[in-house]
Design a protein around this ligand. Sequence first.
Ligand code: G6P
Length: 607
Amino acid sequence: MCGIVGIVSDRPVSARLVEGLIRLEYRGYDSAGIAVVNGQGIVRRRAPGKIVNLQSELNSAPIDGTCGIAHTRWATHGRPNKENAHPHQFGSVAIVHNGIIENFKPLREELAKCGHVFATQTDSEVIAHLIQYHLDKGLSEEAAFLAAVERLEGAYAVAALVGDSNQTLFAARHGSPLVVGFGDGEMFIGSDAFALAPFTKRVLYLEEGDSAVVKINDVCVRDKAGALVTREVMTANISAVMADKGNYRHFMEKEIHEQPEALARTLAAYVDSDTNLPMLGDAAPFLKSADRLVAIACGTAFLSASVAKYWFEALCGLHVETDIASEFRYRTPALPDHGAALFISQSGETADTLAAMRYCKRAGMDTIGVLNAPESSIARETSAVLRTLAGPEIGVASTKAFTAQLAVLAMCALGTAHIRGRLSEDEVKAHISALNALPKLVQQALQTKDQCEAIAPTLARAKQIFFIGRGVYYPLALEGALKLKEVTYLPAEGYAAGELKHGPIALIEEGTPVVVIAPTDVLMEKTISNVEEMAARGANVIAITDAAGAEHFTDRTENIIILPDMTGLTGPIVTAIPLQLLAYYTALTLGTNMDQPRNLAKSVTVE
Ligand code: G6P
C-alpha cells in the first residue's frame, strides 16, 4: 500500500528518494512520484505503473534538491494514472499521503467556493489546497500545516513541503504509521523503518495524532493536543541490505522454499530447551485465564486464525470465535468479560486489524499479537506479542508468514492446553515432537514441485477452479483458492467439502478442476464421498493426500499429489506447500507478476 519517503539534507536527495521508494515496492502500488525544493521552487516528477517509469521520467527530465518527498501510490480515489499520482502540488505546497481522507468532498466543495481548482480525482489533493489556503491567510508554514491537518477526518500519514524555498519537512500521522529517521547531517521520514534502513537505523516512531517539523539537524514533535513532546529514538532491527531473490526467479518462489528454515526458527523459539514444553511468555497468563478467545485478522492471516480455532477447541476445550477484522470492528460484537483476543498479522499494520485490536483493548480485553513485524503498530500496542520468525516477506501473497503463523498458533494451542490442564506433559511433548518434524516434512512436500508445475497448465486453462476440504483442511481449501486467485487472477473458490451439494456443485462442468485436500484423518472417507459426487459430474479431480489416502483416490482422480505422512498438528502446515506451488506455477504459466499482483498490497493500511 502507499509508501512515503522524505529527506532533508545538505546533499542532493533525488536518487535516495527513489532508492527509498524501491524499498517500499513490496507493499504494492500502481504509480510513483517525487517532489524536491530546488532553488526555483517545488518541482516534481510522477509516473503511472512501476518505479522504472518514474526513473525514465527522471532520466529524461532530471530534478534535484536538498529537501524532498516521494511516494508510491496504491489507488483508492481516482484511477492510477499520472495526474492522480503523488506528490500533489498546489501553489507552494506539495504533499504525499497514505490513508483515506473521509471528509475530502465537503472540504473540496468549501475550497472550490474560495476559487480553488482541483487537478485530480484523489481525496489527498485537498490536503495541499488546505495548507495553501492557510498560508494565503497569513499563517506561518507550521501553523498552516497544523491548521490543515486539524481539518482532516479519516486515516492519514502525510508528509509535506511547505513554501517554495523551505528546507523543512512537515509530517503528521493519524491511523497510518510514520517514522522519523536520524542521519548524519540529514533527517528522514518514512512510512516504515525498512524504507530508511540504507540511510539510518536510528528512528523515532510518531504516535497517533503526532505532527513533526523535520529540519536538517533536528525534529520537533507535537502530540495531538499540540504540546511539544519527546519520543524515544530507537535503533531499528532491520537490515539495510535489500532482500534479494538469490537463485530464485521470484520472491514468491524463494519464500516458498524458505519455509523449512522459517519453521525451524519459529518452532525453536517456542520450546523451552530444559523442559521441552511450550513457552508462551507474556501471553501465558492471558491464555490460562481466558474463558473465551476471539481471533481476528484479515486475508491469509484470517485463515491461520480459522485453523487455530479447530486446534484450540479440540485441545483446550476453549471456545474460539474467529472474525474478519473489517467485520468485527463495526458489528458491535458481544465481548466476553474474561476473554483474550488474538490478532494475527504478518505486517502488524493492517488498518482493520489494528482498529479491531484497539476496540478490544478499550473493552478491557487482554490482547495478544501473533506478528511477523516486531516494531509494528500492533506489536507496540498489544499486551503480549508472539512473534513469527518467518523473516521479511516480500512477495505480496503470503506464504512463509502463513505457515509460521500456523506453527506459532499450534504451539500456542498446545501451551494453553497444558497450562489449563487439558493435556498432560507427555501428550504435549508428543505433539511437540511431531511439530519438530515439520522442517523435514515441508522439505519433502517441496519435492512435489515438478508435479505441481505439470498440473499448472490445466489450471491456467480453466474457467473456474474449486478447492475443497473438511475440518482443518477447510481453511486450507480457502487459502488454496485465495492464493491462486491472488497471483493468477483466475476465478477460484474454496468450500467445505460437505457444503458443495448445497449450491456450488451446480457450477461443475466437464473438466472443471477440483483440488481436494484430504490427507488421512477421520474425515477423509467423507471427503472422498464428496469427490465421487464431483467426479460423477465430470470434475477433473486433483487430490492432495498422503500415501495411505492415495489408495482411496486411485480410480477417479486425474492427479494425486502425495505428501509425507503427517501426524499431530502438522497436516495444515504441510498441505499448504502444494497449494502455494500450484498457485506459483499457474502464475508462471500465465506470465502474471506474482510478486506484485495487480491491485493488491502487502500491507493494507487503509480500511
Ligand atoms: C493483504 C496481503 C495478504 C495478507 C493480508 C493481511 O491482503 O496481500 O497477503 O494476508 O493483507 O495482512 P497482514 O499483514 O495483517 O497479515
